[in-house]
Structure formats: structure tokens, C-alpha cells
Design a protein around this ligand. Structure first.
Ligand SMILES: Nc1ncnc2c1ncn2[C@@H]1O[C@H](COP(=O)(O)OP(=O)(O)OP(=O)(O)O)[C@@H](O)[C@H]1O
Length: 170
């Protein structure tokens, strides 16, 4: 099916179905019109960030750091777009859903647990070596790709908000 730029986000991304809702964001499946690639677009209303100047500045710093992260088990941040009212984070689309959904279905074998743990440690240590700590590690932030490998959602607005709130109390 040919993709049309007419109703697309910034004439670049055709927005599809809702993938999930978080505290700050709605995440949609989308298609990059230039190459047909699937992406996930995380949409945040600036009003949800209370137009907090400290928080916005912190987010901008984190974005510039995170856009450099390249690791097989970390969800890539491709680009960030913004309008007057909204911010759009264009992310690598991860097909297999949340690890959490699998956890609640039953116990993992020792081999599978070891695999996920090794992949998580590999992603976390990659970030730590670059001075980045996640602060919001939880099963909902761990996705699985189509090959059953882990993909960590490293960019967390909840973590950033907590961090800014804590910093401003000192
Ligand atoms: N790149 C992605 N590919 C596929 N699904 C995704 C992707 N990013 C997010 N999702 C889905 O959307 C849900 C909500 O996303 P996310 O956790 O980033 O929102 P949030 O809770 O508002 O985030 P934050 O941690 O920034 O507060 C996820 O749990 C997941 O199901």
C-alpha cells in the first residue's frame, strides 16, 4: 500500500494504532514514509510536563546523550520532533511486546532467565560506562524483539521528572 504524506506527522510518519499508554505519553505504531520502516512514536503533551523549564532543559540534555546510544539491546531513539504543544520521540519499533506480559504468564526456564539477565546487564553496563543511569528499571521498560531478544526502553520521562524534582528540593 502506498503511503501518503498528506496526513502524516511532519509529512514523514504515518501514524497507526496505539501501542501503549504511560504516565506521560501515548505510544503509537507508525511508518516512516521515506522507506516504509516501522517505528514507534511516543507523544508527550508539553502541558503534562507543566511547562517546567528545568525539566524541559533536562530532557533536552538527556535526548542529546541518548540519541548517541547504539546497543543491540537498547531501543534506538531516531529523532525528536516538536510542535508548540507536543513532543514526538521517534523510536525503533519493538515487535514482541513487554517482557512483563510474559513474566505474568509463568516461570521462565533457567536458560531463558540467564539470557535476559545477560542482555540486561550488557545494556546497563554499556550505559553506565557512558555515565548514564536508567533510574526507572522495571519490567514494563523491557521489551522483546521478534527474535526474543531484550530491548531496554532507556528513555524514561518518569525517571527524568523524579530526578528534576529531587534536584530542585536541595
Ligand atoms: N519502541 C517501542 N516499540 C513498541 N512498543 C513500545 C515502544 N515504546 C513503548 N512501547 C509501548 O508503550 C508502552 C508505554 O511506553 P512508555 O513506558 O515509554 O511510556 P511511559 O510510561 O509514559 O514512559 P516513561 O517511562 O517515559 O514515563 C510500553 O510499555 C510499551 O508497551
Amino acid at each position: 500500500m502506498a503511503l501518503s504524506a498528506e496526513n502524516a506527522l511532519f509529512r514523514k510518519y504515518e501514524i497507526g494504532k496505539l501501542l501503549g499508554c504511560g504516565v506521560f505519553a501515548k505510544v503509537y505504531h507508525a511508518r516512516d514514509i521515506s522507506n516504509g520502516r516501522s517505528v514507534a512514536v511516543k507523544v508527550v503533551s508539553k502541558s503534562k510536563l507543566n511547562n517546567n523549564v528545568n525539566l524541559m532543559a533536562h530532557i533536552k540534555r538527556e535526548i542529546s546523550t541518548m540519541s548517541w546510544l547504539r546497543h543491540p539491546y537498547i531501543v534506538k531513539l531516531f529523532e525528536v520532533l516538536a510542535t508548540r504543544t507536543k513532543i514526538y520521540f521517534v523510536l525503533e519499533f519493538v515487535k514482541g511486546g513487554e517482557l512483563f506480559a510474559k513474566v505474568v504468564k509463568g516461570r521462565f526456564s533457567e536458560d531463558l532467565s540467564r539470557k535476559y539477565f545477560q542482555q540486561l546487564i550488557s545494556a546497563v553496563s554499556y550505559c553506565h560506562l557512558r555515565g548514564i543511569s536508567h533510574r526507572d528499571s522495571k519490567p514494563e521498560n523491557l521489551l522483546l524483539d521478534e527474535n526474543g531478544n531484550l530491548k531496554v526502553l532507556e528513555f524514561s520521562l518518569s525517571a527524568l521528572t523524579d530526578h528534576v524534582q529531587q534536584s530542585s528540593t536541595y
